[in-house]
Every structure is written in structure tokens, then in C-alpha cells.
Design a protein around this ligand. Structure first.
Ligand code: ADP
Ligand code: ZN
Ligand code: ZN
Length: 843
């Protein structure tokens, strides 16, 4: 079989033609690029960055990207021929290929995995088993004896380049047709291959217009009116059409016609009469390919006039860009960073460069996207995690063709085919969601953007009110530029922050469920003044776990080492790690008592409690559970913006980028769960969260208040949040990082060992840690240790941390050594089925 498939050797080469080879990136996790031979007739057609079709292994036909073209035959295998060329222009640019190589190297994955993540599925290819004529088979000349059914198949294949098995079955009208296929393969008349077909399908609308001669020929229109005089319904349609498309004034308008649905959906017109007119030949129907991103014809709004502070910040940034490639804009919440970005973008676009604007989560920052669309109109492409594949493919093509000179997008937008970038903006640069956790490539979009800028000679502006410690360190050491905006835009003040001691409130019997009396009163006051409130609670669901009062039983996930969260709205217990769920039991499965009680609280309970306490308030909740549908997020935001909702309750989603002028109170219900997170970044993250969510209050005119409920008000972090003292946070953190050898003083690689058997996982981790220590030395290797959540999706986890110093270490060599040690572990028979994941710079 496999020999049969090694088919496509073209005729012997003519002497004067160069033999060329192409290295291709297959969309598979292979360690190396494969080399294929280019058939002479395709020498001019195969291009670096374009897709070609190759056979891989015995049976697979795949599309892949050409990474390089050269004259060197591979030393250790006979190169197969490229089967076909898909693109006549590259779809991946040269700087992109360099970037993809860097990602694969730096984040310890294969370039196939990078390509897989980068290309929208619509630009990859789908495959389905099909048969086609054997390339060496010539039905005219080869006189192989064929049975009648076989001849039928061959005849059909002469008309169609390929047939699916089902099509063969239909053709022969028999159930058992496989024997004919098999026989034809043996006779070398046909081959099987995986049909590859382009899946990108443009969006089409049905339109109608008047048939040409009614418009072109003098008097035909009047004639038509006379004809239809006795058919009032049809006459109505004609009149309606002419009203929308006044061809009697300008005959050229007819060509574009009108969408059929415009007439068909008009309740005053008869649908069947439209069809009669089409049948009669008065109207003709045609398809038009339209864009998924309708061109916004609204005239772009001019950017706002920058304030003095903004103007100054902009000048400083431009000044620093003369010497440095990267600048951080550290501006407090509400300082008006967005308008500074817009001004810089405008200049970059006018100078002809491309611009990329990265955001952590587009859905969470719809307000900014709307603002950008107003200024930049149809030059702006949007790249979004909730987009369909075809929509993503359209943005990809739009960047290639130059239709989108600028893109605003989430982390995966760093994969887009830019070739002439002049500015990258990384908004909210501190956001952990810039890091991809799973699957590979486990890249950080901020770091990738910096490399991308480097490769294309672009400048990068990072922006944040709460910069990451690593970024600020780079500024402090002079590698990057730093520009500050200390004041909010206009006269707006930063909010007042007040701590509420939950322990004391409990003693005074002043807690109403999870609300302190102070918080409830504050909410009531704002509602009475028609102002709005945002409440933040770090967990979704009703309760993070339930427990039996009688026997202390706690339901756990069957597949993960975590307790199940209780979701009241559907009366379910659910695992937030694997999605496992079951009905909430009525009584305790362990002891039978009816004393199951929910412990702790999530956003759903906050919502429930508040609705009981303040029945007249309009309350909405924004978390993963309420924003699953494509536009549900926009709806919640719109309702809050219009004042329909008074109180918005949410998880981290409410902390980011929201800009509502009427919010005068922000409540943080349980600050402690955020501070006491077991991670060296816990304090940094807590500070960022508190400051960001506080930043939603008092953004315009009205003074804002933030109430933080905690059992431990003396925590030093609160003082820093209270005085908005980033510098003191930074100084404390950087000292700790230095003392314990954490980033930015080292680079971390987290290596996770996974196996369904606890013991195997543990042993493999021990062996791996020892081998790593042998290679890198004992100071650099920590662990193995069992992580806090030690089982996820039935796999037992063990972790090893490698800490590579910044200085005097060849990072590349170290990573290669680690990769090699992992490969060797895979070969040991004891550790069959062990999976090892390396995560570089884990978030
Ligand atoms: P940040 O991103 O720094 O938190 P924003 O960019 O959201 O702040 O700006 C805060 C508010 O100030 C927004 O409502 C914005 O529309 C307004 N604003 C900023 N700059 C200007 C300007 N130059 N003219 C008018 N309004 C502005
Ligand atoms: Zn019990
Ligand atoms: Zn689970």
C-alpha cells in the first residue's frame, strides 16, 4: 500500500533545470522540518510562506507552509515530491516565519505547534478519504482488463478529479463496493488520498435587480408599468424597488441591486409576487460576496483634544522612542491612556506603518474597541477569541492585503501576518491572561510582541496603572523608557479607600450574610442618589464547596483533587477544572442526614443575598456563567451603561478597563482569598486587582469610594493600595524577588510530570529531577513537589522548577539540555505514558 502511494515522480529532469527542495512546516508536533522535492514544473510556483500539499507517512496528505527553498537534498532520506501548490502568494510573511521560529525555541515547543496555533482553521485544510486516478495510469493506453463496475469508476474519475467512498457507492448502486476499489488499487489504476480542500468560504447574500433590458432600453420601464397595471401586488414591488434603487434617475444604480430580504421581509409586500416577477424575468436574482466585517461608512470621529498632561506624556514617549524601542506608560486608572495611544497610532498610520493594539480580553474591553472603531473606521481589523474561523481568516487576509492597516486583538493577534509594523501597543501589560497556559505554544503575548517589534523595527508602548514587577524593573534599570501620568483626566480624583474589619463586624453582629452593615448602607445611599455600584467577588458559582454538618463530608470531583462548587441556578455541583458535574444531592450520601450546607460564597450568592436585602435594586451578575453566549457580555455592559442596572456584581471581569461615569462605589467582598494565594506573585496580583477594581469608581466628576471587607486589615498591602503607592509595592517585591531568586533575577521553567498512576508520576518526576540536576547543577533545579491541586482530569501531577540565572547562562543550551533529558525519560520502559510539559516563564 505504502509503495503504491509513493506515486508522483514526474518525468526525468531536463539537464538545464535546477533541482530545488523545500523545507516545510507541517501542522504536527514534529521536532524538525521536512524536506520535499519541488517538481520542475512547479519551480516558479512554490513560494516561501505559501501553502503546498505533500504526502506525509504512508497515507496522509497534508497542507503545510513552505519555510525555505534551497538546492540541498536531505542526507538521510529520499525526498518525496510536493504534490500541489495552494497559494500563488505567501500567506505567511518573512518576519512571521522568523517570529514563529523564535517562539518555538524560546517556549520549548515545535514550530508545527506554533503554526497550528497561528493559522485560523479556515486557512488550514480539512481532509477526507478520496480516490483519484493513479498518476501513472493512462486509461487510453494501459490495457489493464477492468470489470464493468471498475470501468464505471475509472470513467467517473476521468470526469471528476476525485471521488469519496460514498460517491463511489452511489455511483455503483451497490453496498459492497470496496472490493472494486481494492482491485483497482492492486491494478495500479487508482490511489487513495486524503482530499485536502480549502475551507475558507466567503459570506454570500442573495440580491435582486431589474433585468438589464428594462433599464437599458428606452421606454421599457413604462412598458413594464403598463404590463403590471392589472397586478397591484407586483406593481407595489416594482415601485418599492425603484424607491430604493432609483434607476429612472441613474441607470447605473441597477447593477448593485438590492438585498432580496429587504423586499421579502417587508410586511406590506407579497413574497410570492417577488418570486413571480423573478420567474417572469422582470427581476433577476444574483449572489454577492460580502465582507463579514461590514465597512463602517460613518465618518470617523476626530480624536479628542489631548489635555496638557496627555500632550506632555505623548511628547515624552516620542522622545524616548528616539533612543529606546520599548516604553512603559505608567498612568493611574482614568488618566486617559487610551487617548494617548490613539494619538500615537494616528501618527504611525499616517506615516504608512502597521499598528497592532493588544488587549487582554476583547470582550472585557468592548468600550475601548468601540472607541477605536469610531476613530479609525474601516482601517481597523478586530481579532477576537469568540470569532468564527472564517472571521479570523478574513482578518488574516485583510492584514495581508493591506485592507486592515491596524488590528486590535487578543493575545493570538501576535500571529497575524504583519510585515511593516511600526507600533505595538500592549494595553494592561500586567495582565496574566497574556500568557497562554495550555496547549503549546505556552507563549506570553507581551514578550512575543516585543520580539515581533524587534524583528520588524517597530516601537512598543506598554501601558498599565499597575505594571508587572518585571516590566518596571526593566524601566528602572534603564533598558526601557518610563513615562508617568499621576493624575486622572479632568478634575476626577482617585477614590477614597476604606477597610472594613469583618471580624469585628461579626462580633458586633453587624454582618448580613456576607455584607457588612457599612457596605449595605453605602449601597443604599448610592441607589438613593441614582448612582451605580460595582461589587467584586473572586469566585463564581454559589459556593466553592458544600459540607455535611453532621459528618463533615465534602463532595469532591471524581477526576480532580478539588471540591465541587455549588451552582444554585441549576442545582448542580460542578468542577471548575474539568467541567464534571452532578445534581446537588438532597441529603448527605455519607451519613444520610439532611444537613448539607454551602460553605464560603461566590458571585451567585452575592447576587441572591443582595436581591433579598434590596428588592428594589436592579442587579446583574457578570462572570463566566452569565457571559457564555456571544453577545451576553455586551448586553450586560449596555444595561449598566444605560442605567437600567444599578448594581453590577462580578468576578475579575468587572476589574478590567470598564469606564462608567456614574459609578461612585466599589465593594470588594472578600479581599483575603486574593492575598493568601500560594504564589510568589500573590502580592503583586492582589495589588493589581485591588487597584484596578477600585479604579472603576469616581472616574468622572463624582467622587468615588471603595470599601474593602477583610478579616486582617493590618496587612501591609492595604496601606499600599490605600495610598496608591506602587513604588513601595515595587520596592518591597523586587527585594523579595532578589532574595529568593525569582524573576526578573532568574528565568523560571516549570516542568510538570503527568500520569494516571500516582506512583508512576512521582517516580518519573524523581528521575527527571535527578537527571536535570546532573545536567544543570543542584542550585538550579527545585523539586519535585506535589502541587496544591495534585490531580486534574485523572492525571497525577508533580512539578519541578528550573531557575536559570539571567547572567552567565546560555539560555538556549540550557533549554536544549532540558528537552533532551525529557526525551530520554520518554524512552524508559517504566515511564510509558508519562507526559512532561515544560512551561517557560509560567504566569
Ligand atoms: P485609563 O485607560 O487611563 O484608565 P481612559 O483612557 O479610559 O483612562 O480615560 C478616562 C476617561 O477620561 C474616559 O472616560 C475618557 O473618555 C476621558 N478622556 C480621556 N482623555 C480625554 C480627552 N483628551 N478629552 C476628553 N475626555 C477624555
Ligand atoms: Zn453527612
Ligand atoms: Zn474535575
Amino acid at each position: 500500500m505504502s509503495e503504491l502511494l509513493n506515486f508522483n515522480y514526474p518525468p526525468e529532469p531536463a539537464v538545464d533545470r535546477v533541482t530545488l527542495f523545500a523545507d516545510v512546516i507541517l501542522p504536527l508536533p514534529l521536532p524538525k522540518l521536512y524536506t520535499y522535492r519541488i517538481p520542475f514544473e512547479m519551480n516558479d510556483e512554490v513560494l516561501v510562506g505559501a501553502r503546498v500539499i505533500v504526502q506525509f507517512g504512508a497515507k496522509r496528505v497534508l497542507s503545510c507552509i513552505v519555510a525555505d527553498i534551497h538546492e540541498n537534498a536531505p542526507a538521510d532520506y529520499q525526498a518525496k515530491y510536493i504534490m500541489d501548490v495552494l497559494d500563488d502568494k505567501p500567506i505567511v510573511t518573512a518576519p512571521q516565519l522568523r517570529l514563529f521560529r523564535w517562539i518555538a525555541d524560546y517556549y520549548m515547543c515545535t514550530i508545527g505547534e506554533v503554526i497550528n496555533a497561528a493559522l485560523p482553521s479556515a486557512l488550514k485544510l480539512s481532509s477526507e478519504s478520496r480516490i483519484q486516478l493513479h498518476p501513472h495510469f493512462n486509461p487510453e493506453e494501459d490495457d489493464i482488463p477492468l470489470a464493468a463496475q471498475e470501468a464505471k469508476i475509472i470513467y467517473a474519475l476521468e470526469q471528476n478529479p476525485a471521488l469519496t467512498f460514498t460517491e463511489v457507492g452511489n455511483l455503483l448502486q451497490v453496498k459492497s463496493y470496496h472490493k472494486y476499489i481494492k482491485s483497482l488499487i492492486q491494478k495500479e489504476a487508482i490511489i487513495i488520498f486524503e482530499q485536502v480542500s480549502d475551507r475558507f468560504s466567503p459570506k454570500v447574500v442573495k440580491k435582486i435587480r431589474l433585468t438589464e433590458h428594462f433599464v437599458q432600453e428606452e421606454g421599457m420601464l413604462e412598458e413594464l408599468f403598463n404590463q403590471l397595471a392589472a397586478k397591484p401586488k407586483q406593481l407595489d414591488i416594482l415601485l418599492n424597488y425603484l424607491q430604493k434603487v432609483p434607476v429612472h434617475q441613474n441607470i447605473h444604480l441597477n447593477a448593485a441591486g438590492i438585498e432580496k430580504s429587504v423586499l421579502a421581509n417587508n410586511p406590506h409586500l407579497s413574497k410570492s409576487s417577488i418570486d413571480s416577477l423573478i420567474k417572469k424575468g422582470v427581476f433577476e436574482q444574483f449572489d454577492q460576496i460580502i465582507s463579514r466585517f461590514p465597512v463602517d461608512n460613518t465618518v470617523p470621529l476626530q480624536p479628542m483634544k489631548l489635555s496638557e498632561h496627555q500632550e506632555q506624556a505623548k511628547d515624552e514617549i516620542l522622545g524616548l522612542f528616539k533612543e529606546k524601542d520599548t516604553v512603559l506608560l505608567h498612568g493611574v486608572t482614568g488618566s486617559g491612556k487610551t487617548e494617548v495611544y490613539i494619538d500615537l497610532i494616528k501618527h504611525a498610520l499616517e506615516a504608512g506603518g502597521q499598528v497592532l493594539y493588544l488587549l487582554p480580553e476583547i470582550a472585557l474591553t468592548a468600550q475601548i474597541v468601540t472607541r477605536l472603531m469610531k476613530v479609525f473606521g474601516d482601517k481597523l481589523g478586530i481579532y477576537h477569541s469568540k470569532f468564527s474561523d472564517n472571521e479570523r481568516a478574513e482578518v488574516w487576509q485583510g492584514v495581508l492585503s493591506g485592507r486592515f492597516q491596524m488590528v486590535v486583538g487578543v493575545r493570538s493577534a501576535v500571529f497575524l501576518p504583519f510585515h511593516n509594523l511600526s507600533l505595538i501597543i500592549v494595553d494592561e501589560e500586567h495582565e496574566p491572561s497574556y500568557k497562554q497556559y495550555d496547549p503549546a505554544p505556552r507563549y506570553n503575548a507581551r514578550e512575543t510582541a516585543l520580539m515581533m517589534a524587534h524583528l520588524q523595527g517597530a516601537k512598543t508602548l506598554l501601558g498599565s496603572a499597575t505594571p508587572s514587577i518585571e516590566t518596571y524593573y526593566n524601566c528602572k534599570t534603564g533598558r526601557w523608557g518610563l513615562v508617568n501620568m499621576h493624575k486622572r483626566f479632568g478634575d476626577a480624583q482617585l477614590p477614597d479607600i476604606e477597610l472594613i474589619n469583618v471580624r469585628e463586624e461579626q462580633q458586633r453582629k453587624n454582618m448580613h450574610s456576607h455584607f457588612s452593615g457599612r457596605l449595605v448602607t453605602a449601597i443604599e445611599e448610592r441607589l438613593a442618589r441614582h448612582e451605580q455600584v460595582i461589587l467584586f467577588q473572586n469566585r463564581r458559582g454559589y459556593a466553592p464547596f458544600i459540607s455535611c454538618d453532621e459528618c463533615s463530608w465534602i463532595p469532591k470531583c471524581q477526576h480532580c483533587a478539588v471540591s465541587l462548587s455549588y451552582h444554585k441556578y441549576n442545582n448542580e455541583l460542578r468542577c471548575h477544572y474539568c467541567g464534571y458535574h452532578e445534581r446537588m444531592p438532597h441529603d448527605c450520601p455519607a451519613c444520610g442526614a439532611t444537613t448539607l450546607r454551602s460553605m464560603g460564597f461566590g458571585t451567585e450568592k452575592v447576587e441572591d443575598d443582595l436581591k433579598l436585602m434590596l428588592p428594589n435594586a436592579e442587579v446583574q451578575r457578570m462572570d463566566l456563567d452569565t457571559t457564555k453566549k456571544k453577545n451576553s457580555y455586551q448586553q450586560i455592559i449596555a444595561d449598566f451603561e444605560s442605567g437600567k442596572t444599578n448594581v453590577l456584581i462580578g468576578t475579575q471581569m468587572v476589574t478590567k478597563g470598564l469606564d462608567f461615569e456614574n459609578v461612585s462605589l466599589v465593594g470588594i467582598l472578600n479581599a483575603d482569598s486574593i492575598i493568601h494565594f500560594p504564589d510568589f506573585r500573590a502580592h503583586e496580583r492582589a495589588y493589581q486587582l485591588f487597584v484596578q477594581v477600585s479604579g472603576r469608581a469616581g472616574r468622572k466628576g463624582k467622587p468615588g469610594t471603595v470599601l474593602i471587607q477583610t478579616r486582617d486589615p493590618l496587612q501591609p498591602i492595604f496601606r499600599k493600595v490605600h495610598s496608591n503607592d506602587y513604588t513601595s509595592l515595587y520596592e518591597h517585591e523586587i527585594e523579595e524577588r532578589m532574595r529568593f531568586g525569582y524573576p526578573p533575577f532568574t528565568r523560571m521553567i516549570r516542568i510538570t510530570v503527568k500520569h494516571p498512576d500516582e506512583k508512576v508520576s512521582e517516580n518519573a518526576a524523581i528521575v527527571l529531577a535527578k537527571d536535570l540536576t546532573d545536567q544543570l547543577g543542584s542550585q538550579l533545579v527545585l523539586g519535585p513537589e506535589v502541587p496544591y491541586i495534585f490531580k486534574i482530569r485523572n492525571l497525577f501531577l508533580n512539578e519541578i522548577h528550573v531557575k536559570l540565572p539571567r547572567e552567565n547562562v546560555n539560555l538556549r543550551a540550557a533549554k536544549q539540555a532540558i528537552a533532551k533529558v525529557i526525551q530520554q525519560l520518554y524512552l524508559l520502559p517504566d515511564f510509558k505514558g508519562v507526559r512532561v510539559v515544560a512551561d517557560v516563564d509560567p504566569a
